[in-house]
Design a protein around this ligand. Sequence first.
Ligand SMILES: [Zn+2]
Ligand SMILES: [Zn+2]
Length: 210
Amino acid sequence: MATPFNRKPVNLLCSDDLDSQNFQTAQEAIEELATLADVKLEIRKAPSETAKILLDAGRKAGRKGQLNAHQMLRQLAEKLVAEQTTIPRYDVLLTEADLYAPGLNFLFGVGQPLIGFVFSFHRFKQLPTKKWAQETAKTVIMHEMGHVFNLPIRAELTEENLGTHCLNKCLMRQGLSLNAMQKIAKDRVKGYVLCQLCQEDLIRHFWKKS
Ligand SMILES: [Zn+2]
Ligand SMILES: [Zn+2]
C-alpha cells in the first residue's frame, strides 16, 4: 500500500508583465507533470507583492537587461521557506525578463528541490514559431518542477551536470542550449515525457510506501 505524500499547492508568483498565455502554459506544465504520478495539485496565482520583491532583488544584483537568477532563488528560499513550513506549498517565480547567473550567459530557470524555482519565458521568443516557443517553455517548466519534486533521485542512469540529470530519452535530461531544449520538447510531444525510471522517482515523491 502507498499513502499520499508531499501534496502541496503550487504558488505561481508572476511578474506584472507576464503574458496570460504563458501563465496558462506554466499551469498546464505543472498539472501534466503531477498527473504522471496520478496526483492533482492545487495551482494558484499568488499576490504579486512577493514576485515584485524577488524581481527587484534580481534586478539590483543583475546586469544590463538581465536579472540575477541565483539572487532571486536565494531570496525566494530565505523569504519563503519559513512561510512554506507554516503554509505548506511550492513557490514558482515566473517572469518575461532574461535571466543569468554568475559564470553563465543566460538561464532558462533555476530551482531548489522541494522548495521551488525561478523561470523566464524570454529566450523562447527566439524560436521560429509560437507553437514551439510554448512547447519548449512548457518542457523546461516540467523539467524544473521535476527537480522540485526531487527528480531524478536515483543514481542509476543519471549524470551530474549542473545538477543531477537523467541519461534516458526523457525531459529530465540536461539541455544547455535553446536548440537542445527544443529537441527535448519535440521528443516530449512525440510521447517521450518521463522515462520509466524518472516516473518511478516521481511516484516515490508523492506516494509513501507503508
Ligand atoms: Zn535540470
Ligand atoms: Zn528520465
